[in-house]
Design a protein around this ligand. Sequence first.
Ligand SMILES: NC(=O)c1ccc[n+]([C@@H]2O[C@H](COP(=O)([O-])OP(=O)(O)OC[C@H]3O[C@@H](n4cnc5c(N)ncnc54)[C@H](OP(=O)(O)O)[C@@H]3O)[C@@H](O)[C@H]2O)c1
Length: 141
Amino acid sequence: MNRYSLKNKCVMVTGGSRGIGLAIAQACARAGARIALVARNPRTLRQAAATMQGRRTKVDCFSFDMAATDKLEALYRRIIRRTGGVDILVNNAGTTVRGPAETINQEDWEMVLKVNLTSCSARPHARTTVPTPPPRAAYAS
Ligand SMILES: NC(=O)c1ccc[n+]([C@@H]2O[C@H](COP(=O)([O-])OP(=O)(O)OC[C@H]3O[C@@H](n4cnc5c(N)ncnc54)[C@H](OP(=O)(O)O)[C@@H]3O)[C@@H](O)[C@H]2O)c1
């Protein structure tokens, strides 16, 4: 048995449509996992999925803004309904607002915190109401 096989596992990757998230998703797909990709841009998501989809790899795309932390539980429910459950959660989505400090307003600051931090901590809350085993989680930030 392959020690690194992810056969029959579902890996959810936030920010999985490009960059590090996509590379993680592709590696997991190569190891046999079913993939759930989350990002905002549906077109980029579809393009990312196309790099993995094949006879043996199933990829589901979920267009979602991780700053919408009040809607996260609904997202998890949708993903679990579609995939049957998430075994590994990769909290990779991340963002920043660049510019001189005086141009960064409170709204920008809070959006960055929500995407980079709050969206990750919201998962244990969802876990209490979603009737599936909690996934293992990894964080990239
Ligand atoms: N690259 C580095 O050198 C580096 C170093 C240390 C840590 N990191 C961390 O590693 C993670 C990935 O970095 P990266 O360089 O691969 O980033 P990236 O190329 O900018 O990709 C970011 C991914 O996150 C998604 N995303 C951004 N904002 C989102 C939001 N509000 N809701 C949902 N998805 C969102 C993007 O898709 P959409 O735009 O379509 O939503 C994209 O799929 C980040 O957390 C970053 O902070 C990166």
